[in-house]
Design a protein. Structure first.
Length: 161
């Protein structure tokens, strides 16, 4: 299971995703360019002490991601999705793709998704924060694929301090 961020706008959200990756053992792909200056120092600052626990890869562009992305179904979280969460049966190698906080993803990225997943919201509610939406979906995906148990086994003993 992986999470992919398409050109994220908000550094604090990238930090939240790095923490989510570290805590749940889910890989993270950051597809640039980002809406803020990106360098290791800034990412380390946003990730706090979770930086070294997370497993993430930075891609220079959508084209670079598409050319070397990990195998698996591309599941786009979108407010216009035709599949409703949590009705989707997740696969262990799914890549959960989230768009920019300000604009989502462009049409070509939308079209590239194997599944377009929508979280049903109350009337007049536009969308959830991207990190909250990802947390909901990745939790259900890990539950369905027994991913929580695999991660717990790998991290049964906390590192010595």
């Amino acid at each position: 299971m992986r999470i992919a961020l398409y050109e994220p706008d908000i550094p604090q959200n990238v930090g939240a995703f790095i923490r989510l990756s570290a805590c749940l053992g889910v890989g993270l792909d950051i597809i640039e360019p980002c809406g803020f200056p990106v360098d290791d120092r800034r990412i380390r600052r946003a990730a706090m002490d979770y930086y070294d626990l997370a497993s993430f890869v930075r891609y220079a562009s959508w084209r670079a991601f598409r050319s070397i992305r990990p195998a698996g179904r591309l599941v786009l979280l979108t407010t216009t999705g035709d599949t409703v969460f949590p009705d989707l049966a997740f696969h262990p190698d799914d890549i959960l793709l989230l768009g920019r906080e300000s604009a989502g993803v462009p049409d070509d990225v939308h079209a590239a998704a194997d599944v377009r997943l929508r979280i049903p919201l109350r009337p007049r509610a536009r969308s959830l924060n991207v990190a909250l939406a990802a947390s909901m979906v990745v939790s259900e995906a890990l539950r369905q694929t027994n991913g929580f148990y695999a991660q717990a086994d790998q991290h049964a003993h906390p590192p010595a301090r």
